[in-house]
Design a protein around this ligand. Structure first.
Ligand code: AMP
Ligand code: ZN
Length: 465
C-alpha cells in the first residue's frame, strides 16, 4: 500500500511518490551547535528517524543530509568572548550531538555537512541570484534577497505577502535593506565579528543562515528532491526563504514534500533555549532514564501533535519497553509444527502496523497494533504451547517492527558511544551488502571484545566476558 504524508506545502495529505523509483532524497535541518541540543530538538530528530526508518521498512533506499550550522551570530559572539576560534568553540557540541543521536538510536544520515566547509557553494548560489537580479548588494557589502521578485513567496507558510509591511526601514543590523521582508544572504564583516570572515568574490563576510540549507541540500541531493523536514518553527521564515532562494536560482521546483514536527512542550510552553525551560538528554540518562524510554516518549505521540514532556511519561515508556522486551525473551518454541492461528495474528499485526504508518506515520495506531499482537499471542499461549516455527516468526516480526521503532534491542547503553556507532555502521554496511566494510567493522569490534553473530533473524551482538 502507498504511504501518505501531510505536506505543509499543499496543506493536505498526499500519496508519497519519490522522484526516482526506490530512492528517497531527504534533507533535514540540523542543529546550531552553540550549546547542547535539548530533548525538544531531539523530538524533531527522532521524528525524522521514524520517517527514515519507515521508508526503509517499505524497501526504499534513503539518501539523507543533515546540516550542522557551525557559524552564526551566537557562535561568533560566544567564541570571541572566550577568545577561541569558532571551530574550537563548536567542536564539543558537534561531538555531543553525534553522541546524543547514537544514544537515542537515531540511524545516521548519509551526510552531515558543516556550514563552514560549504561557504564557496553558498557564494556561488548568491552570485547566481545577483546575476538574475533577485538579490542586491547594499553599501556595507551585505547581500539581500529581494522578496518582491519572487511572486510565490509565502506559499509554504500560507502568508498573504501583500500584507507584509513593505518599504519600511528598521533599526537593526540589517537597516540597509530595501524592504523589511528582504532577508540577508551575505553579511558583510563588522568589527565585532573579529576573525570570523571569509574573503570571497562577494567581499569579506559570512553567509546568512537560510542560504546554507539551499546550497547544501542542492549540492548533495540535486536541485529538485523528495522530502525536506524540520520543526514547525522552521516553516517561516527559514523554509520559506529556502524555497525562494532555490527556486529563483534554478527555475525548478525545489522540494516535493515538506514535513514538519510539532513542538515538545514543557508545562504547555515550547521547550526552548530562549525560554530556559530545557532538559538535556545526557542529564536524563545520568538520572537513570533509559535512552529507549526517552526515545519512545518522543516517538510515541503523532509528530503533528504537541507533546508535553513529563517524567511520568518517561516512566510509563520504560514500563512498556520492559514488557515488550520480556515478551520477546519469553518466546521459546517447543515443537516443530506451526499453528494457523498464530500465523493469522502475526499477519494481522503486519497489516495493522503498516496501515497505521502509511497514514502519515500514525504511531499511536502502529503501537496499538504491536500491543494487540503481544496480548493476542499471550492469550494464545495460555492454552497452547508455542511451536518453534511460530516463535521464530513472532521474533522475526518483532525485529522487523523494531527496525522502525528501535526500542527492543538489548540495552544499547551497555556499549560506549563509539562502540555503538561501529555497530550501527556495521549493520548499515551489511544492509548495503558492502561485505568488505562489514568484515572490517566486525574485526574492529572484535578487537574491542564485541562479538557479532549474523542470524537469519538479524544480527546479535554481545561483549565477550
Ligand atoms: P535549532 O538548533 O534551534 O535550529 O533546532 C534544531 C531542530 O529542533 C529544528 O528542526 C527545530 O525546529 C527543532 N526544535 C526546536 N525546539 C523544538 C521543540 N521544543 N520541539 C520540537 N522541535 C524543536
Ligand atoms: Zn535549514
Amino acid at each position: 500500500m502507498s504511504i501518505n504524508f501531510y505536506n505543509t506545502l499543499s496543506r493536505r495529505q498526499e500519496e508519497f511518490q519519490p522522484l526516482e523509483e526506490g530512492v528517497v532524497k531527504m534533507y533535514t535541518c540540523g542543529p546550531t551547535v552553540y550549546n547542547f541540543a535539548h530533548v525538544g530538538n531531539y523530538r524533531a530528530f527522532v521524528f525524522e528517524d521514524l520517517l527514515r526508518r519507515y521508508l526503509e521498512f517499505k524497501g526504499l533506499r534513503i539518501i539523507q543530509v543533515m546540516n550542522i550550522t557551525d557559524v552564526d551570530d551566537k557562535i561568533i559572539k560566544a567564541a570571541n568572548q572566550k577568545g577561541i576560534s569558532i571551530d574550537e568553540f563548536t567542536e564539543p557540541y558537534r561531538q555531543a550531538f553525534m553522541e546524543d543521536l547514537a544514544t537515542l538510536g537515531v540511524e545516521p544520515a548519509e551526510y552531515y555537512p558543516l556550514a563552514t566547509e560549504h561557504v564557496s557553494d553558498m557564494v556561488a548560489l548568491i552570485e547566481t541570484l545577483l546575476e538574475k537580479g533577485i538579490a542586491y548588494k547594499t553599501e556595507d557589502g551585505s547581500v539581500y534577497y529581494k522578496v518582491a521578485k519572487f511572486p510565490r513567496y509565502g506559499q509554504l507558510a500560507n502568508l498573504n505577502v501583500t500584507e507584509m509591511r513593505r518599504g519600511k526601514r528598521v533599526a537593526d543590523d540589517s537597516y540597509e535593506k530595501e524592504e523589511v521582508r528582504d532577508f540577508a544572504l551575505w553579511k558583510a564583516w563588522k568589527p565585532e565579528d573579529g576573525d570570523v570572515f571569509w574573503e570571497t568574490a562577494l567581499g569579506k563576510g559570512r553567509p546568512g543562515w537560510h542560504i546554507e540549507c539551499s546550497a547544501m541540500s542542492m549540492k548533495y541531493l540535486g536541485q529538485h528532491f523528495d522530502i525536506h523536514t524540520g520543526g514547525v518553527d522552521n516553516i517561516f521564515p527559514h523554509h520559506e526563504n529556502e524555497i525562494a532562494q532555490s527556486e529563483a536560482s534554478t527555475g525548478e521546483k525545489f522540494v516535493n514534500y515538506w514535513l514538519h514536527c510539532e513542538f515538545l512542550l514543557m508545562n504547555d510552553e515550547k521547550m526552548s533555549k530562549s525560554l530556559g525551560n530545557i532538559v538535556y538528554l545526557r542529564d536524563l540518562v545520568k538520572k537513570g532514564y533509559h535512552p529507549a524510554a526517552i526515545r519512545l516518549t518522543l516517538l510515541g505521540t503523532h509528530y503533528r501533535l504537541k507533546l508535553n514532556f513529563t517524567f511520568e511519561k518517561l516512566e510509563e515508556s520504560g514500563k512498556i519497553i520492559t514488557r515488550l522486551r520480556d515478551f520477546k525473551k519469553s518466546l521459546e518454541g517447543e515443537f516443530p509444527v506451526g499453528d494457523l492461528r498464530v500465523a493469522e495474528i502475526t499477519r494481522k499485526c503486519v497489516t495493522d502496523f503498516t496501515t497505521a504508518l502509511d497514514d502519515d506515520l500514525n504511531i499511536s495506531n502502529a503501537l496499538a497494533a504491536l500491543f494487540t499482537f503481544m496480548h493476542e499471542i499471550n492469550s494464545f499461549r495460555l492454552t497452547n504451547p508455542l511451536s518453534q516455527v511460530d516463535a521464530q516468526a513472532i521474533n522475526a516480526l518483532l525485529d522487523r517492527i523494531d527496525s522502525v521503532l528501535n526500542i527492543l534491542k538489548e540495552p544499547a547503553e551497555e556499549f560506549s558511544i563509539e562502540e555503538r556507532q561501529l555497530i550501527d555502521a556495521r549493520n548499515k554496511a551489511r544492509q548495503e551488502r558492502n561485505w568488505a566494510e562489514a568484515d572490517r567493522l566486525r574485526k574492529l569490534l572484535l578487537d574491542k571484545n564485541i562479538v557479532l553473530e549474523d542470524t537469519p533473524k538479524g544480527t546479535t551482538w554481545k561483549r565477550k566476558l
